[in-house]
Design a protein around this ligand. Structure first.
Ligand code: MCA
Ligand code: AMP
Length: 505
C-alpha cells in the first residue's frame, strides 16, 4: 500500500459506479465520478506548483466538490486545512498565515476580502462556489481524470484542524494519515457500518465530526451518504425514511424532538443514531427513547484525537456517559496538578493515548509539550470519572471553553477583543445554558472610570473580527468582576448569575 489513507478510504472505490452522495434533490454522485473529480483537482494542485506536505486552506460551502478537495489532498499528499464558513476574513487570514498555506480556496464572494492575505503570504487564491463553479473548476475542467497517487506513510500529515486555546491564539492540530485511518477503522467496526447503510449527513464538513467521523466511515464502509447542506428539520424528516443511520450534535436531537412529525413510525427502520461534540443531556436521551424506541449512542472525541470513547453498539448505551475507550485507545483519570492516576470512581483530568492522538500543534512546540506528555498521553482538559462498570462520565471542563450547538468558542478570544475597545477596563465571557444550543455566549464588561459604554456599539465593533456564532448574545456592564482571594475572575459565579437568562418559563 503506498498511500494508506487514499488507498483505503478512496482508492478502493475507483471506477465504481456505486452511489456515494445523494443530495436533497435526489441527484446522485457515484464513487467513480467523485474520484474522477478529485484526480482533476490533484492535477490542478500540481499545475499550481503545490508539492506534498504543502497546505491548502479551504473555506467553501458544503458541496460534493468540497469533499473532492479532501480526496484530492489525500491523493496528492497535500495537507488539507478546512475552515468554518462562518469565519471572518480576519480569522481566515490568521489560519492562512499561520499554516503557511500555498493555496487558499474560497467562495467567490469571499475572494476580495482574502486577496490581501494571499498577497502577503504569497499563496495562490482560487474560487470554488457551492454550485461547483469557480476559477478552480475552470482549471480542473481540462485535466485528466486519473492521477498517480503520491506515496505516503501513516506517519505523514494528512490534515490541520485549528483549535483555539486558553490564550486565545488558535493552534493547528497536525493529524497524520495513521491518526485518521486507525480511528475510522475502529469506529466502522464498533458501529457496524456496511455498504448497506445510508447515512443522513447534515453536519458541516470542516470539523472532525462531519468530516473525519461521518464521511470517513461512510467511505471506508462504502455506505451511501444523504448529503444535506445543513441541518433543516423539514429535510431531515423528509429524508429519514431513506436513511439507516444518522450522526448529529445534541442540538439536532433536541430540534427533532420538538417536531411532532418526528415519530416512532418515522424512525422504526433506523439502525443507529449517534451523538457527540457536546454533552447530550440524559433527559434528551430518555426523551428520545420514549419517543422513538431508539437509544442514542453517545461518543466522545476531540479535534486533537478524533474519537476516544463510545457507548457500545450491542451492550447497554448508558445515558449521561460516553462509554468505553475504543479498541487500541487508553483512557486514564489523573490528578490535574500531579498527573498521578486516580483511583477508579474519582473525578480528575481525562488523559488519552493511542494511534488516534495527533502529532502536535503546528510550530508550537511549547503548547504541544504542555498538553502532550512524553509518554504519549494527551491531556484533554475535560474532567471525568470512570464508573464501576467502566463507563466514562464527562463531568466538566478544566479548560475555559464554551460549546454552542457543537461549535467550540474560547472566551479568551472574545475577552481580548472586548478589552481592546475604548472605555473597557476589563471583561469576562462565559457560557450559559441555552435550550437550543446547549450553551450560549454572554459577555460582562467593566467600564473604565468615568466612561459610559454603548453596548450595541461594542457588539458591532467586535463583530468584524469574530464569526457570528462566537459573538456574545448578551452583554452586561458591571461595576466589578467577581474575584477570588487570589484575584482570579470567578467565572462560575458569573455563570450562576446569568444561568437563568434563557431558561424557558
Ligand atoms: C449557527 N448559529 C449559531 C450556531 N450555528 N449560534 C451559536 N452556536 C451555533 N452552533 C447562528 C448563526 O450565526 C445565525 O445567527 C443563526 O444562528 C442561524 O444560522 P443558521 O446557519 O441557520 O443556524 P442553524 O442551521 O440553526 O445551525 C445550528 C446548528 C449548526 C445546526 C446547531 O451550528 C451545526 O450544524 N452545528 C454542528 C457543529 C459541529 O459539527 N460541530 C462538531 C465539531 P444570526 O441569525 O444572528 O445571524 S467537531 C467536535 O466538536 C469534536 C471533535 C467531536 O467530538 O465531534
Ligand atoms: P473540539 O475542540 O471541537 O474538538 O471539541 C472537543 C471537546 O468537545 C471535548 O474536549 C469535550 O469537551 C467536548 N465533547 C465532545 N464530545 C462530547 C460528549 N459526547 N460529551 C461531552 N463533551 C463532549
Amino acid at each position: 500500500m503506498n498511500n494508506p489513507l487514499y488507498d483505503t478510504l478512496f482508492g478502493q472505490h475507483q471506477g465504481k459506479a456505486t452511489p456515494f452522495l445523494e443530495r436533497a434533490d435526489g441527484t446522485i454522485i457515484t464513487h467513480a465520478a467523485y474520484l474522477d473529480l478529485a484526480a482533476q483537482y490533484a492535477h490542478v494542485f500540481s499545475k499550481l506548483g503545490l508539492k506534498p506536505d504543502d497546505r491548502v486552506a479551504v473555506q467553501i460551502g458544503k458541496s460534493p466538490q468540497a469533499l473532492a478537495v479532501y480526496a484530492a489532498c489525500a491523493q496528492a499528499g497535500i495537507i488539507f486545512l478546512p475552515l468554518n464558513t462562518a469565519y471572518t476574513a480576519a480569522e481566515v487570514s490568521y489560519f492562512a498565515e499561520n499554516s503557511g498555506a500555498r493555496l487558499i480556496l474560497c467562495d467567490a464572494e469571499k475572494a476580495e476580502a482574502l486577496t490581501p492575505v494571499a498577497a502577503t503570504t504569497g499563496a495562490v487564491l482560487e474560487t470554488l462556489n457551492d454550485d461547483g463553479s469557480g476559477s478552480f473548476t475552470d482549471l480542473a475542467h481540462p485535466m485528466p481524470t486519473t492521477f498517480a497517487t503520491v506515496a505516503r506513510t501513516e506517519d505523514d500529515l494528512a490534515a490541520f484542524l485549528y483549535t483555539s486555546g486558553t490564550t486565545g491564539r488558535s493552534k493547528g492540530a497536525m493529524l497524520t494519515q495513521g491518526n485518521l485511518l486507525s480511528n475510522t477503522q475502529a469506529l466502522r467496526a464498533e458501529w457496524a457500518f456496511t455498504a448497506q447503510d445510508t447515512l443522513l449527513h447534515a453536519l458541516p464538513i470542516f470539523h472532525t465530526h462531519g468530516l473525519f467521523v461521518a464521511t470517513n466511515i461512510a467511505l471506508l464502509a462504502g455506505s451511501k451518504v444523504l448529503f444535506l447542506p445543513k441541518f433543516d428539520a423539514d429535510t431531515m424528516i423528509r429524508l429519514m425514511p431513506k436513511a439507516t443511520t444518522m450522526m448529529g450534535v445534541p442540538t439536532f436531537y433536541t430540534r427533532l424532538l420538538e417536531d411532532a412529525r418526528f415519530t416512532k413510525d418515522l424512525t422504526k427502520h433506523m439502525r443507529l443514531f449517534i451523538s457527540g461534540s457536546a454533552p447530550l443531556l440524559a433527559e434528551t436521551h430518555l426523551q428520545f427513547e420514549a419517543r422513538t424506541g431508539h437509544r442514542i449512542l453517545e461518543r466522545y472525541g476531540m479535534t486533537e484525537t478524533n474519537m476516544n470513547t463510545s457507548n457500545p453498539y450491542k451492550g447497554e448505551r448508558r445515558a449521561g456517559t460516553v462509554g468505553f475507550p475504543l479498541p487500541g485507545i487508553e483512557i486514564k483519570i489523573t490528578d490535574s496538578r500531579s498527573g498521578d492516576t486516580l483511583p477508579q470512581g474519582e473525578i480528575g483530568e481525562i488523559e488519552v493515548r493511542g494511534p488516534n492522538v495527533f502529532k502536535g500543534y503546528w510550530q508550537m512546540p511549547e503548547k504541544t509539550a504542555e498538553e502532550l506528555r512524553e509518554n504519549g498521553f494527551f491531556i484533554t482538559g475535560d474532567l471525568g470519572k470512570i464508573d464501576e462498570d467502566g463507563y466514562l462520565h464527562i463531568v466538566g471542563r478544566n479548560k475555559d471553553l464554551i460549546i454552542s450547538g457543537g461549535y467550540n468558542i474560547y472566551p479568551k478570544e472574545i475577552e481580548l477583543l472586548l478589552d481592546n475597545e475604548a472605555g473597557v477596563l476589563e471583561s469576562a465571557v462565559v457560557g450559559v445554558p441555552h435550550p437550543d444550543f446547549g450553551e450560549t455566549v454572554v459577555g460582562v464588561v467593566v467600564a473604565q472610570k468615568g466612561k459610559e459604554l454603548d453596548l450595541d456599539q461594542l457588539k458591532k465593533n467586535i463583530s468584524a473580527s469574530l464569526a457570528r456564532f462566537k459573538q456574545p448574545q448578551k452583554l452586561f456592564v458591571v461595576a466589578e468582576l467577581p474575584r477570588n482571594t487570589m484575584g482570579k475572575v470567578q467565572k462560575k459565579a458569573l455563570r450562576d448569575r446569568y444561568a437563568g437568562l434563557y431558561q424557558e418559563t
